[in-house]
Design a protein. Sequence first.
Length: 184
Amino acid sequence: MIIVFIVLGGVILLFLAGISIYNSLVTKKNLMEEGWSSIDVFLKKRNDLIPNLMETVKGYASHEKELFENVTASRNLVQNANTVSDQGNAENALKNSMMNLFAIAENYPELKANQNFIEMQNELSAIEEEIEMARRYYNGTVKENNIAIESFPSNIISNMFNFNKGTFFEIKETSQREPTKVSF
């Protein structure tokens, strides 16, 4: 009789441990999705600001047609990206296009002094910082999720219930990982 209680107690403990692990995996998955949602909100804010910024620059540099087309194409890539990997690649293209836009703005002193342009540039800078913080948070939740999915014994539960590893939101182009070279 004591053996039956010991076995029954062991089964109950395993069942409770399984429930705990399952709930932990669900929590990590939801935190990861919340992190991605935050990134998505900030990207939308930035994408809504870009056309206004371009219109301001167009007023001063209307002959820079190719630049405006590149920014628009890059912005469309960001809006149409479906996966984290696609989003990362599109983000890299948009960042390069925006750097070119600001480089062109340097050639127009009247534009650099335009209060509207300065405010939008500051707002864009603030949004970029928020995106960076959201990326760090998201990548942290992906790390926690992936560790839980790969670790024993939670890997057994994750395989049983088809929990998937998350994809990190990272820079794919090695040239962007190199420090910027400044020369005087």
